[in-house]
Each structure stands twice: as C-alpha cells, then as structure tokens.
Design a protein around this ligand. Structure first.
Ligand code: NAD
Length: 434
C-alpha cells in the first residue's frame, strides 16, 4: 500500500521505515529541509539502533522516499499519518499547532478521499478538531476520515517495538478507515506483532495518555518507595525485585533513580493533568507523580551538596547526557536539571555521552565534552552518573578509582553494588539503598 508519513522525527522516521520494511510504499515528508537532505544522502538525523540499515535497505529497494512537499505527500497516498511534534504548551497542555498546520495544508491539497491518522500523541477529542479543520480548509467537497493510531515505541528499541508491538491501538469510526488500517498493519501482525485492537477514536486517544502516565506513575511510585527505603535502612532494588516478580505488578519501570525524563513522560503527564482539569476532573494522583519526580532530582542534588560541601571549583564529571541509554535524545533529560545547577554553584564540569553530546552541545556549547570516559573522569572530585550506558558498567572500578582525584560517585541510576563500591574504596551514593 502507499502511505504518507508527515514528520520524520523519532516516531515518523521509524514508522515510515518499518512500514516500508514490511512491503509498503512510503513517502516521508518533513518541513525541515536539512533533515530531508540528510536522509536523501543516506545519513540519519537521529541516533536509533538499527534504523540506518532499515532505511538504507528500503531506499535501495525503492520503497522509501523523502520529501519536503506536503502537497506531494497529500497527492501520493490515500492514508496520511501525522507524526509531527506535540510539545508542551505554556500551561502544560499539548501544543497542537504543528498538527493543525499539517491538517490545514492536507485539506487544501486533497482532491480525493484521504484518511488522516493521528500518530502524534494528542489530547482526547483532537480528531473532532481535525475534522472541523478539514471541512473548513478543503477546497473541494472531498470525502475523508480521521483515525487515531497512537504510538508506543520506545527510543533505543524503536525498530523492534514498531515491527513487534505488543498491541496496535486503532481508533476509527468508519469501515473504510478500519479496513485501510488493518491492511497497513496486517503484515506486522502476521509476523507475530501483537494484537490489533480497534476502538472508538476518543478511547484510542485516551489510551496513549493513560498508558504513558501509568508508566510514569510506576517510576514515581518506586522512587517514593526508595525514599522510605533510605529512611528505613532497606534496599529498594530488593524491594522492587520482590514486588516485580508478581506478574500483576511486573518488574519493568520499577527502577528507582533520578526520575523519568525524555520527550514523552513529562509532557504527557502534564497534558493529561491539563486535559483532566479541562474536563472537570482534578487528577491529583498524577500531580503527585510529577511532584515526586521533581523531588527525586532535588534529593540527588542534595546528596551531591552533602558530599562536596562546597561545590565551587570542584571538578564534577557527568556520565550520561541522554535521557536514557541507546538514544541521543536529551529532551527533559536529568542532565538538563543538573548541569545548570552545578554550573551555577561554580563546579567545573566535564561531560561524557557516547551519542548525545552534539544535541547537548547545541544547548550548552561552552562546556568541556569528552569522547571517552577515561579523559572525562580524570582528576574529578565527584562522578555523577545520569544515564545507565553499558560503557560505564564496563569501564572498571579500579581504573575509575585510580583516575579520580577523590573517589566519590553519585549514581542516579543504581548501576553498582554499594558493598562492592565501598570495598573498592569509593564514597558511593545511590538511590534507596543503604
Ligand atoms: N519520541 C518518542 O519516543 C515518542 C513515542 C511515542 C509517541 N511520540 C509522539 O509522537 C510525536 C512525534 O514525536 P517525535 O519524538 O518523533 O518528534 P520529533 O520532534 O522528533 O519530530 C517531529 C518532526 O515533525 C516535523 N514537522 C513539524 N511540523 C511539520 C510540518 N508542518 N510539516 C512537516 N513536518 C513537520 C519536524 O520538523 C520534526 O522533524 C509527538 O506527539 C510525541 O509525543 C513520541
């Protein structure tokens, strides 16, 4: 089938590449000329493991193309996925201006039936606004449908998630839209890619917000438990293990640390709180999720202050700038909390990340960046771990200790065993463990 994807970011590019991988003809449209030119030159604008191979293979096979023209994208395919950004607005609500702009342009160029699919994360009832906008801006009396197909992929494992999703959630209100989306996902489901779940559009829209907020809640829950563990002399890793082995609870996302970040959880929790508020429900539970997440960062900052006493002129090596491993995405990453605070307090910062440095440098160009851990931690008064990259675990504790001025490690991701760290001579501060 022919498919147009609008927005070639983390979601749009992966979705487009994976649709072409299962045999569809895909045109990816983005207004960012630099991105499109990079993709046409077979260069990836983002870091996502395995993406370059899937893109190269399908471009070579003639199934995947890139364009900056939404007129061309509208003409190209009956089904148009909208995968543009929905960043947080001023009051926490999702900023839908990119979505609206795409819908308006598609409406202006439509000359026969089109199915507009919301792939971006949008508030419930956005489909109604999309319908109104199409009716208002289309120049011809053309039939169309709107559907919701929220995306659940995780950066770092996005290809696997897109080709083998647990479920494909689709919100439709016409048989035609249902059949088109079933045909698109049929090859993915046939490969063993989970369950195709069809529902009403509002329910599909809500499923995305409810899912992400639930996962954020799980992280905040275990972080709250980690604070009690610290006070009670218990070990949160052991507690999480004991809890997570219960299949009703599950081990995933019960990982205490410096809190959640990234382009989705913080903004989606905010948007859900805002949405609930607008609908007349005070979502106190989620407000607490957010507050616990913020407090967790402050709590780790306290550990640094406590250990260094005076931060001024201390050398602090930060390992990990991305919001999680295997991605170059730094949106709402913990590093964006700690770097300005430590800098303001007068620390001399040395930063390392294997893939996210360029994105971070765009925000903080004048800091000291290192391409290897060895150079980064040399003569440091304190090492702060913010992303659980495997390179940090593999680096070697003896080696780390011999390079640092003072062997002090604040580990925001609980990567090491506290007993072993102490035995190796480190002052080691982690989260929720004695
Ligand atoms: N990143 C994730 O892990 C993830 C997972 C699930 C859902 N989502 C949701 O998917 C959506 C996209 O997220 P992302 O991380 O891929 O965003 P992104 O910022 O990486 O990419 C968005 C792209 O849309 C393009 N764009 C904006 N306006 C456009 C227009 N008018 N015409 C053409 N292109 C346009 C931008 O140039 C950019 O390349 C968001 O709603 C997000 O919440 C993201």
């Amino acid at each position: 089938m022919k498919i147009t994807i609008v927005g070639t970011g983390y979601v749009g590019l992966v979705t487009g590449a994976c649709f072409s991988e299962v045999g569809h003809q895909v045109l990816c449209v983005d207004k960012d000329e630099r991105k499109v030119n990079m993709l046409r030159a077979n260069k990836m604008p983002i870091y996502e493991p395995g993406l370059d191979e899937v893109v190269a293979r399908n471009v070579a096979a003639g199934r995947l193309r890139f364009s900056t023209s939404l007129a061309e994208g509208t003409e190209y395919a009956e089904v148009i996925f909208i995968a543009v950004g929905t960043p947080p607005g001023v009051e926490g609500q999702a900023d839908l201006s990119y979505v609206e702009q795409v819908v308006r342009e598609v409406a202006e160029h439509m000359s026969s039936y089109r199915l507009l699919v919301e792939k971006s994360t949008v508030p419930v009832n956005t489909a109604e606004q999309i319908k109104r906008t199409v009716l208002r801006y289309s120049r011809k009396d053309v039939a169309f449908d709107v559907a919701s197909n929220p995306e659940f992929l995780r950066e770092g494992t996005a290809i696997e998630d897109a080709l083998q999703p647990d479920r494909v959630v689709v919100g439709v209100e016409s048989e035609r839209a249902s059949q088109l989306l079933r045909a698109i996902y049929e090859p993915i489901i046939a490969r063993g890619g989970g369950v195709f779940v069809e529902m009403g559009i509002a329910s599909a829209e809500l499923t995305k917000h409810a899912s992400n907020s639930f996962l954020a809640m799980k992280i905040s829950y275990i972080n709250a438990v980690s604070r009690i563990c610290e006070l009670a002399g218990a070990d949160v890793e052991q507690v999480a293990n004991g809890m997570g082995l219960d299949r009703r609870i599950g081990r995933q996302f019960l990982k205490a640390g410096v809190g959640y970040g990234g382009s989705c959880f913080p903004k989606d929790v905010d948007a859900f709180v805002h949405l609930a508020d607008q609908l007349g429900y005070d979502f106190d539970l989620l407000k607490n999720v957010r507050q616990i997440n913020e407090a967790q960062r402050d709590h780790v900052m306290q550990k640094i202050r406590h250990e260094l006493w005076v931060i001024q002129d201390k050398t602090v090596a930060i390992l990990g700038l991305a919001f999680k491993p295997c991605t170059d995405d730094v949106r709402e990453a913990a590093s964006l909390y700690f770097v300005p605070r430590l800098r303001e307090a007068g620390a001399m910062l040395r930063l390392w990340d294997p893939v996210a440095t360029d994105n971070f440098k765009a925000l903080y160009p004048d800091l000291a960046y290192f391409t290897d851990i060895e150079a980064c931690v040399r003569d440091a008064d304190l090492v702060l771990i913010l992303t659980e990259w495997s390179q940090i675990a593999d680096f070697g504790l003896e080696r780390l200790r011999s390079l640092m001025k003072c062997p002090v490690v604040v580990d925001g991701r609980n990567m090491f065993d506290p007993k072993e760290m102490r035995a190796k001579g480190f002052a080691y501060h982690c989260v929720g463990r004695p």
